[in-house]
Design a protein around this ligand. Structure first.
Ligand code: 1HE
Length: 258
């Protein structure tokens, strides 16, 4: 069994792994132990798991970096700390299974950065987003400047940091941050419903969406189109794809929307 801190709990539900940030007394503030726990967990997703759902215990998804640990770090320690966050969040984004984030309450600072590294975001109505780094005199260090502009645009991220703007769940969805908004208490059910759908996909499709699509988006048109042709051909030549195409042609597969 993996060695995870008590503040990071997991529960296996068939092919879905339910991951919980479990430090509600500190509003799920992320200390180094938790960052390392995320790295360990997403580097060692148990065999048989096809999708993970991450949420937060208590009233909030996460209050971000544990500010009590932000002691006097010298420059090199600061760099190592930020790079530790990068390593851990890379394991979420480019790990072995898609990750659905279920958000509620505060999703701020480093909490927003963790959510940004996931593949789909479901926000309960109580969710609010902020980047208090601007007000605390620091800067994001967990990858937000790379991931967040791709989701909501650079100007919106800059506004959040320049002005301390707090974004509501509804606004967050309009901006493209979350893909779903649910009633309060309804997020986990929705997240699990999505995870079950994701788990039914061919593995090559999920792999392409996790590992190839973001590289295509980061590259120029020529390279992007070539990567698309390559992964399209690899996917469609898998036995699983052939079976699924046949099932449709022979009337055994669901139609779109069914
Ligand atoms: C914390 C933290 C924290 C709460 N680090 N201890 N993040 C922030 O700047 C957000 C700071 N937190 C807040 O604004 C509020 O706590 C919340 C809006 C999230 C929640 O409010 P509330 O009223 O539910 O809780 P609270 O009473 O403020 O906090 C409860 C306890 O959690 C309290 O400790 P206690 O010992 O007095 O009970 C708080 O001190 C503690 N707590 N948030 C440490 N963040 C990779 S770089 C990323 C850089 C960042 O993420 S910067 C943004 C940091």
């Amino acid at each position: 069994m993996m060695n995870l801190p008590a503040s990071l709990t997991i529960e296996q539900k068939d092919e879905i792994l339910l991951v919980k940030i479990n430090r509600p007394e500190k509003r799920n503030a992320i200390n180094d132990e938790l960052v390392l726990g995320l790295e360990t967990l997403f580097s060692n997703i148990p065999k048989g798991i096809k999708c993970a759902v991450i949420s937060g215990e208590g009233q909030h998804f996460s209050a971000g970096l544990d500010l009590s640990e932000l002691k006097e770090r010298d420059i090199i320690e600061g760099l190592h700390h930020s790079r530790m966050w990068h390593r851990a969040l890379e394991k979420i984004q480019f790990g072995t299974v898609p990750v659905v984030a279920v958000l509620h309450g505060a999703c701020v600072g480093g909490g927003l950065e963790i959510a940004s590294a996931c593949h789909i975001r479901v926000a309960e109505k109580s969710t609010f987003y902020a980047l208090p780094e601007g007000q605390r005199g620091i800067f994001v260090g967990g990858g937000a400047s790379v991931r967040l502009p791709k989701l909501i645009g650079m100007a919106r991220m800059a506004d959040m940091m320049f002005t301390g703007r707090v974004i509501s769940a509804e606004e967050g969805m309009q901006m493209g941050f979350s893909q779903y908004v649910t009633e309060n208490e309804g997020g986990l059910e929705k997240g699990i419903e999505l995870a079950k759908k994701i788990a039914q996909n061919a593995e090559t499709t999920n792999y392409a969406l996790m590992h190839v699509l973001p590289r295509i988006v980061d590259s120029g048109q020529t390279e992007g189109l070539m990567m698309e042709s390559l992964i399209a051909t690899i996917s469609s030549s898998s036995p699983e794809a052939k079976k699924r195409l046949n099932d449709f042609l022979e009337g055994r597969a669901k139609k779109v929307g069914e």
